[in-house]
Design a protein around this ligand. Structure first.
Ligand code: PHE
Ligand code: CA
Ligand code: ZN
Ligand code: ZN
Ligand code: ZN
Length: 278
């Protein structure tokens, strides 16, 4: 898999920060900053040769949007690997770690797929979800829009929600042992010990897929919980402090980014996408 440029991911995050600044300080469902975020990501994917589709849904009296991007080269859609991230923020801030980070990480992996003109054995699809912060709404709408047969065509769904927490933990979802191992092996190759997190279970868009019987996985650097002593030693972090002290706050802005965690996780996404789609 290629090495994803963390500078490119940071540049995307700066653009999402600008979107928030130009739209009242957030990128939340039902607010103009969310649709502007969708338009920004869609343009980059269209220019790179992806086949994109914006799925509209209604939630809480306002229109929500999911952006779906299919890579036209490679194997049949009957055997699809998906990677997804929620693109909406909460109303209180620009949502750069939560979840500009995952959104920009999978975007740069998608653009790397295009750059390499990858022809994987399986089909590749990327997704940016709306209204996650209102209860996994966009991803649930997507999954429930699929027939039972179409759900079965999804070989694996990978989820990335918060991958640049300032006081970063290196967490891997434990839903599926084989997918978990793909991520563990990547981090091990970089001398990083990973852990599982009880904070993850059912609390992001992978749950919409897991509930429908799809194999899921992903990585996470921690939200509002506190880092333990042992973890602080392992990961060179701060014990007794939250992984992300700006979680769901106004200060979740462009300065709320751990570049090392962002780089490692973006490269881990590329590794998993290449490995699982081959
Ligand atoms: N979904 C939570 C949020 O967006 C945080 C979270 C991320 C939880 C990843 C579990 C896994 O606020
Ligand atoms: Ca990198
Ligand atoms: Zn959140
Ligand atoms: Zn989130
Ligand atoms: Zn690799």
């Amino acid at each position: 898999a290629p090495d994803i440029s963390v500078d490119a991911v940071q540049k995307d995050l700066k653009e999402l920060q600008s979107v928030a600044e130009e739209n009242g300080g957030n990128r939340a469902h039902g607010e103009p900053g969310f649709k502007a975020s969708i338009d920004l990501i869609k343009k980059k994917l269209d220019d790179a040769g992806f086949k994109t589709d914006v799925q509209e849904f209604d939630h809480g009296g306002t229109t929500g949007y999911n952006l779906i991007a299919d890579w036209p080269k490679g194997g049949s859609e009957d055997n699809t690997v998906m990677a997804g991230s929620h693109l909406d923020s909460v109303g209180s801030g620009p949502g750069i770690n939560d979840n500009g980070s995952g959104s920009a990480g999978i975007l740069e992996v998608a653009l790397a797929v295009a750059k390499e003109k990858l022809e994987p054995k399986k089909h590749l699809r990327f997704a940016w979800w709306g209204a996650e912060e209102e209860g996994l709404v966009g991803s649930q709408k997507y999954v429930s829009s699929l027939s039972e047969g179409d759900v079965k065509k999804i070989n694996t769904y990978l989820n990335f929600d918060m991958i640049a927490s300032p006081n970063a933990g290196y967490f891997v979802y434990d839903d599926d042992a084989a997918v978990q191992k793909v991520f563990q092996d990547y981090f091990k190759s970089k001398d990083i010990t990973t852990a599982t997190s009880p904070e993850v279970n059912g609390r992001s868009d992978h749950a919409s897929f897991a509930d429908a019987g799809v194999t899921v996985g992903g990585t996470f650097t921690g939200a509002g919980e506190t880092m333990t002593e042992e973890q602080a030693k392992q990961w060179d972090g701060k014990a007794g402090e939250p992984y992300d002290k700006c979680y769901h706050s106004e200060c979740d802005d462009i300065s709320n980014v751990n570049e090392k965690a962002l780089d490692l996780n973006s490269d881990a996404i590329a590794h998993a996408v290449w490995e699982l789609s081959s």
